[in-house]
Design a binder for this molecule. Structure first.
Ligand code: NIG
Ligand code: FE
Length: 414
């Protein structure tokens, strides 16, 4: 709870200047302080500044961490994952390496549907055990806040099983876990020829239950051809809102359907994916103050095109990046890896990528008043990296540079 982190060679605060997000050019401003210190008391950040300005005397026995030669940053906020699943899709990965496409596999009962089969058969305990292991690994790699979606159950009981498992993990793990309901992730096999009946099930049974039991902060929908169209998505998100869940949307991933415009229309907190977002879509996101959450790991893993990060940033939109960790389209939860891909494939700068992975990710979860940057009053979620400069997080890829993860002022033993 209490910790004095001292002699920090480079402190990257990602200071928000009191704002909810950094948009456009502001994403390059990282608020770096050299030879710095951070005081954490009662789990919150109480003081931030250069060592030369520190003139207080702490009580004897006050816990200290010496960060000489290290970089200290805000913990990563991974604002989009489907990390609760059962089984794996390694065979599909192998088939794709030989030329099969993601959509082809979804068409023959693979893809999301094969994970659904496994999740339906799994117990809540199984789901918690596997996801809990990933949570620990993520914290080792610097993630301190993560969003987890349902969406691999797709019947009332299995969706509830997932949502309850996510809630229990949130209570048991040190990680901050944000639950999202996405009953409209795919049409389950038993409704294959009757999608509208499935939409009614989501609206009339799932959303009211999840809302009443307060099992989810957000309601999401996979708005895509052959999944849920614009009108269906709008209805589902509005119903979610009425049940107390804020809207999020998988938008313009495989086709330019207009999901970004819908995000603005329904007041979504974020529009995610956006590989095919149009000029009008970008304008709508800006108008609506919607965070554009890009998932570079998906384009990398599926060998798809990338979202137009530069156009979004030049359009003054606040861009976040997240892992989308799931067994089908991105089997990685490494936020530094996502930063590397964002820099090399989407031409984001390392500074923009870091803002996207911290403060703007927090904004995509409506949490940027408490996490995502190192500022007085925020939660003391800090990570210590054994690198000479923050750019090495993206530059020196494939290695874990995080040596210490601090959650609410406590050094985690991971
Ligand atoms: O975000 N796009 C929809 N859902 C996931 C993929 C889930 C899966 O393939 O299992 C995504 O990429
Ligand atoms: Fe997703």
């Amino acid at each position: 709870m209490n910790l004095f982190v001292k002699n920090i060679s480079q402190l990257v605060t990602v200071d928000s200047g009191g704002k909810r997000v950094k948009a456009g050019r502001e994403m390059r401003e990282l608020g770096i302080i050299r030879d710095a210190a951070v005081l954490c008391t009662d789990g919150k950040i109480a003081w931030v500044g250069p060592m030369s300005a520190w003139d207080r005397k702490l009580p004897d026995q006050f816990p200290e961490l010496d960060a000489t030669g290290k970089v200290v940053l805000p913990g990563f906020v991974d604002s989009h994952t489907h990390m609760m699943f059962a089984g794996n899709r390694a065979h599909e990965f192998a088939l794709r390496s030989e030329g099969a496409t993601y959509q082809q596999m979804a068409g023959v009962g693979g893809g999301i549907l094969s994970t659904i089969k496994n999740v339906r058969a799994a117990t809540k305990k199984d789901l918690k055990r596997q996801t809990g292991r990933y949570v620990i690994e993520m914290m080792k790699q610097g993630t301190t806040t993560v969003e987890i979606k349902s969406g691999y159950g797709l019947d009332l009981d299995s969706e509830i099983k997932m949502m309850e498992a996510i809630h229990e993990l949130e209570r048991e793990e040190m990680m901050t876990i944000v639950p999202t309901f996405i009953g409209a992730h795919a049409v389950p096999p038993e409704y294959k020829n009757n999608k509208s009946a499935y939409v009614e099930l989501v609206i009339n049974e799932m959303i009211p239950y999840v809302g009443k039991k307060k099992l989810a902060t957000f309601c999401d929908v996979f708005c895509e051809k052959r999944y849920f169209g614009l009108e269906e998505s709008e209805r589902i998100l509005n119903e979610g809102k009425m049940a107390g869940m804020q809207p999020k949307i998988h938008a313009d991933e495989l086709t330019a359907l207009g999901g970004a415009q819908l995000a603005a229309k329904v007041g979504a907190v974020s529009a995610d994916h956006l590989e095919h977002v149009s000029e009008e879509g970008i304008k709508a996101l800006w108008d609506g103050g919607v965070v554009a959450t890009l998932l570079p790991g998906v384009s990398f893993f599926l060998s798809h095109g990338y979202a137009p990060a530069r156009k979004l940033i030049e359009g003054d939109v606040a861009v976040a990046i997240a892992s989308d960790f799931n067994p089908g389209s991105c089997m990685s939860f490494s936020m530094p890896m996502m930063m590397t891909i964002a820099c090399t494939q989407m031409r984001m700068t390392p500074a923009e990528a870091l803002t996207a992975a911290t403060l703007n990710g927090a904004a995509a979860l409506n949490l940027s008043s408490s996490v995502g940057s190192i500022e007085v009053g925020k939660n003391a979620d800090l990570i210590v990296a054994n690198i000479p400069d923050y750019t090495f997080l993206a530059y020196h890829f494939g290695a874990n540079h995080i040596v210490t993860t601090i959650k609410n002022g406590t050094i985690l033993e991971l």
